[in-house]
Design a binder for this molecule. Structure first.
Ligand code: KIV
Length: 311
């Protein structure tokens, strides 16, 4: 029998809070983003239902289905990053009854290999959280600007402003921690409120638009890398401008094809030459270090290790 792989530990969340070391969480939606997250040093990957917007082109996260989540989570898992993978329960998967919620969580664990799920909401999620924990599925909470509540909020607005809203959010956070959530995402709330929540609850808070007082931070992959055009919300820091760089690369390719400058002799095969490295479509190309099980190129010749497409 093969040596079992170590299970990626969610205990990193509690450990980091105890040690006062910030947690770094990144969204991932497929093999490429998962490998980049791993190679960039993320502590955990979140397959967020933001994939509905950044991968599937929906205007909100509401249309995302459980099948969509399973599909993308499986792609992330195939990267075998060794990192904990947390999956969003999509809108509708935990709003009807606890049995349905547990079944949704079980699908994500059994079919897609995720280690935990995240759901949006506070006290009203008591039954859903209990059902998931009962099914041995660790749960991450999510408070503040919960995007699945966009219709109730009337848009994407900062939450937790004013004494009543602050008291409600503090109460919900204490409830989620008490109910057994291993961490809580705080999205778009005033920094001072997020810091109060962080000091008050025993589980780590992961902020997005919630200031520096959280135990960790999460950003959406496409936002951090500047992959999509258009303005970003204030809480996003773009660490790269890859969308523009990628378009420039495609434009260089297009120009070279039209000028018949690509492919050159160095990208073409000759008959009768001895085989050389890079000749076979399955040879790993240049690029990031491959994951343990993704070294081979695809049948079409594109290497999961970052090699360029070959014919
Ligand atoms: O869906 C998502 O990506 C999220 C994060 C932004 C926290 O919920």
């Amino acid at each position: 029998m093969q040596e079992p792989r170590p299970v990626p530990g969610l205990d990193i969340f509690a450990r980091r809070k105890r040690e006062g070391q910030p947690l770094v969480v990144l969204t991932a939606y497929d093999l490429t983003s998962a490998l980049i997250g791993r190679d960039g040093g993320a502590d955990a990957l979140l397959v967020g239902d933001s994939l509905g917007m950044v991968m599937l082109g929906h205007e909100t996260t509401l249309p995302v289905t459980l099948d969509d989540m399973v599909h993308h989570c499986r792609a992330v898992q195939r990267a075998r990053t060794g990192l904990p993978v947390i999956a969003d329960l999509p809108y509708g998967a935990f709003h009807v009854d606890a049995t349905e919620t547990a079944r949704a969580g079980l699908r994500l664990v059994k079919e897609a290999g995720v280690h935990a799920v995240k759901l949006e909401g506070g006290r009203q999620r008591a039954g859903a959280i209990a059902a998931l924990l009962d099914a041995e599925i660790p749960v991450m909470g999510h408070l503040g600007l919960t995007p699945q509540s966009v219709n109730r909020f009337g848009g994407y607005r900062v939450q937790g402003r004013g004494a009543a809203a602050q008291a409600r959010l503090l109460d919900d956070a204490a409830f989620l921690a008490g109910a057994g959530c291993f961490a809580i995402v705080l999205e778009c709330v005033p920094a001072a409120l997020a810091a109060r929540v962080t000091a008050a609850v025993g589980v780590p808070t992961i902020g997005i638009g919630a200031g520096p007082g959280c135990d960790g931070q999460v950003l959406v992959f496409h936002d951090l890398l500047g992959l999509l055009p258009g303005p970003a919300p204030r809480f996003v820091k773009r660490y790269a401008d890859l969308g523009r760089q990628a378009a420039a690369a495609v434009s260089a390719f297009a120009a070279e094809v039209r000028q018949r400058r690509f492919p050159g002799a160095e990208h073409s095969y000759a008959d009768g030459e001895p085989a050389a490295a890079g000749d076979e479509p399955g040879d790993a190309g240049a690029g990031m270090a491959p994951g343990p099980d993704v070294t081979g190129g695809s049948a079409a010749g594109g290497s999961a290790a970052g090699g360029t497409a070959q014919g």
